[in-house]
Design a protein around this ligand. Structure first.
Ligand SMILES: *[C@@H]1O[C@H](CO)[C@@H](O)[C@H](O)[C@H]1NC(C)=O
Ligand SMILES: [Ca+2]
Ligand SMILES: [Ca+2]
Ligand SMILES: [Ca+2]
Ligand SMILES: [Ca+2]
Length: 646
């Protein structure tokens, strides 16, 4: 409960102010601007109010409600707009016993609730967000709340962006753009007869094509700023990737990438030293320390039975991996299944299925955008909307929220299983179809997660033969009893393996958690005939999210192919990530956060939170997000580090 209102506070006023603050959102509730009018409550009625007004030099503009208790007063001697309240009038009104309550009015920033549906000619073809199917990505209700990605910067890492495109130029952000193929600031694509460099431009339009401008369709976050990094149209090196992923990490909030190693079903490859460092720096230093958001397509190797856990980019804990489903909720032919995928959005399917509508090269519009690379930018746009609702989400908060805002909906797969905390999860879809309305609703009141804990367990370090089947069981304490606290709720789980095998693609590897959740770390890949095995390869699963890791973990390696396959397991390391908080104790819907606020200011912002709780207006989070520091009585935002590298 908030503290008992002081004499001057009426529940009505508190409610009005607090609702106002909520409507403003956290970020825009900046400095109040005072105007020359007051609301005053005088229960003795109109004549007393009139006398009071004259006594203090106000003009009585009349009653606010018909019952004649609240009056609207204006003072000519007070500036129309001021950054501070008028203390003289404040004291005089406060002293007068006939005044039960008063409030100098401030300018409230309000946005129109009914933006209506975009009027773009191709919006009717944008079936995944125009209410044509149920459920769709549920974006219309978010637009209706006034959230359109304003203030959020997204960069597409691809083959360039047609920055003068009629549906992109207005949102184009040169600071979120660069050309690492030619080393110049202009990411304009290279035009060829086959238009092979249209990919980045198509992805960009999905995020931020201008709405209601009479052209093409609308982007998911149609007021976000959009940039493009040209990096796929030339020689790609570790340097090029690392530079692209760390372009202005204090300016760009979200990077969307739809590339990785060859999807041929026989490659096992991941980021180099510099690119790993770029991810690490992004999540620890980017976005003022909250962490850069890397949104990643899971891969297009379905036709070659590829597995996205053999791709170290999408498999990284630092990237938020997005899979695809068709309009009819089926697994698309190009889709790759794996345990590291977190969520799903729509994309193309068979030839008769509708595809994604977006901007195209030569100032054109396309309704033929396809593949998993069409899904990642849709998710990036939806996350931009959530970030506008709550800009303080860390990279891990975002993954927690995406899981909670995803559901199986109409998505069909044979492998849906309910994990140990009751969430259905699939290797094709992660936690399912992402719902923008739910994502934003949860984001508004999300309490920052406590710092990430990592617990590394060396399970096998002596050579062990992999006969047709090898099971390795380990009783894990999740680092309890060490100097730091144990992990109570899991986030990502990694398994690092070094093994040899006569035919790598025949070996199926799975991991079962103490709560009984089994996820496939790699399924058979018939085209992978390599005899190289896995050399310190890291597999990742998101399927144990929020589970308690203590107890028996079982790794299973099983020959699913050629009868005479043989191999040796040399090293198996289990790496658990998570937090000390019991995340299952949080409500599944929006979180109640006001109850710990002890004192609010007239804006409804929290000035003082209950001991041990941090002030982060307007809420009292149970812990500080990264780079925010614990302070009572002050707004922590001011303590944010100012001098981070650009
Ligand atoms: C795992 O270890 C803990 C602590 O040593 C013990 O209490 C528990 O019974 C063990 N669990 C199993 C399944 O062996
Ligand atoms: Ca250029
Ligand atoms: Ca448009
Ligand atoms: Ca792949
Ligand atoms: Ca990932």
């Amino acid at each position: 409960m908030c503290p008992a209102p002081t004499k001057l506070w009426l529940p009505l006023a508190v409610a009005l102010v607090f609702l106002g603050t909520l409507a403003l959102g956290w970020a825009s509730s900046g400095v109040p601007i005072y105007v020359s009018s007051w609301a005053v409550r005088v229960t003795q009625g109109g004549q007393v109010a009139e006398r009071l007004a004259r006594k203090f030099g106000f003009i009585n503009l009349g009653q606010i409600f018909p019952d004649g208790e609240y009056f609207h007063l204006r003072h000519r001697g007070v500036p129309q707009k001021s950054l501070s309240p008028h203390w003289g009038h404040h004291l005089r009104l406060k002293k007068d016993p006939k005044v039960q309550w008063f409030q100098q009015q401030t300018i409230l920033r309000r946005v129109k609730r009914s933006l209506g549906v975009p009027t773009d000619p191709w919006f009717s073809k944008q079936w995944y967000m125009n209410n044509e199917i149920q459920p769709d990505l549920n974006i219309l209700p978010v637009w209706n709340q006034g959230l359109t990605g304003r203030g959020i910067v997204v960069s597409i890492l691809d083959d360039g962006i047609e920055k003068d495109h009629p549906d992109l130029w207005a949102n184009y952000d040169p600071l979120a753009s660069y050309d690492f193929n030619d080393y110049d600031p202009d990411p304009q694509p290279r035009y060829t007869s086959s238009d092979e460099n249209r990919h980045g431009t198509r992805c960009a339009g999905e995020v931020a094509a201008t709405a209601s401008n009479g052209f093409c369709g609308a982007g998911v976050a149609f007021n976000a700023r959009i940039g493009g990094v040209r990096m796929l149209d030339g020689t790609i090196t570790d340097v090029v990737e690392a530079q692209s992923l760390s372009l202005r990490p204090q300016h760009v909030h979200i990077y969307s990438a739809s590339w990785g190693p060859e999807d041929d079903g026989r490659t096992v490859d991941g980021p180099g030293v510099l690119t790993l460092e770029a991810f690490r720096r992004g999540v620890t230093k980017g976005r003022g320390g909250l962490g850069t958001l890397f949104i990643w397509a899971s891969g297009n190797g379905g036709l070659h039975y590829d597995n996205c856990n053999c791709d170290g980019y999408t498999n990284s804990i630092h990237t938020l991996s997005v899979g695809s489903t068709t309009r009819h909720g089926q697994v698309p032919w190009y889709s790759e299944a794996c345990a590291s995928t977190l969520t799903t959005t729509f994309s193309s399917g068979v030839a008769t299925d509708p595809q994604i509508v977006t901007t195209d090269l030569h100032h054109q519009c396309s309704d033929k955008h396809t593949g998993t690379s069409a899904s990642a930018p849709l998710a990036a746009g939806m996350i931009a909307l959530a970030l506008e609702a709550n800009p303080r989400l860390s990279w891990r908060d975002t993954q927690h929220l995406v899981i909670r805002a995803s559901s199986p909906a109409q998505l069909q797969a044979e492998d849906w299983r309910t994990n140990g905390v009751g969430r259905p999860v699939s290797h094709h879809y992660g936690y399912g179809l992402l719902d923008a309305g739910l994502l934003v609703e949860l984001a508004r009141t999300w309490q920052p997660t406590r710092p990430q804990k990592k617990c590394t367990i060396e399970v096998v370090h002596t050579p062990t033969p992999i006969l047709p089947l090898l099971r390795v069981t380990k009783n894990v304490s999740a680092c309890a009893g060490r100097w730091h606290r144990h992990i109570r709720s899991l986030e990502h789980v990694q398994v690092r393996l070094s093994l040899t095998y006569s035919r790598r693609g025949d070996l199926e590897i799975s991991l079962t958690s103490p709560m009984g959740t089994r996820s496939t770390l790699v399924a058979i890949r018939p085209l992978d005939v390599s005899g190289q095995g896995y050399n310190n390869w890291v597999f990742m699963s998101t399927h144990y999210w929020d589970e308690d890791p203590q107890g028996l973990w079982t790794l299973t390696l099983e020959n699913k192919g050629y009868y005479f396959n043989t191999g040796t397991l040399y090293r198996y390391t289990l790496i658990l990530y998570g937090t000390t908080e019991d995340m299952t104790a949080r409500p599944s819907g929006p979180q109640v956060t006001e109850h710990v606020c002890m004192q609010r200011d007239t804006e409804g912002l929290c000035q003082e939170c209950h001991q041990s709780i941090n002030v982060l207006d307007p809420f009292c989070p149970t812990s500080c997000p990264p780079w925010f520091f614990s302070h009572r009585q002050t707004t922590v935002r001011q303590a944010q580090s100012q001098n981070l590298p650009i």
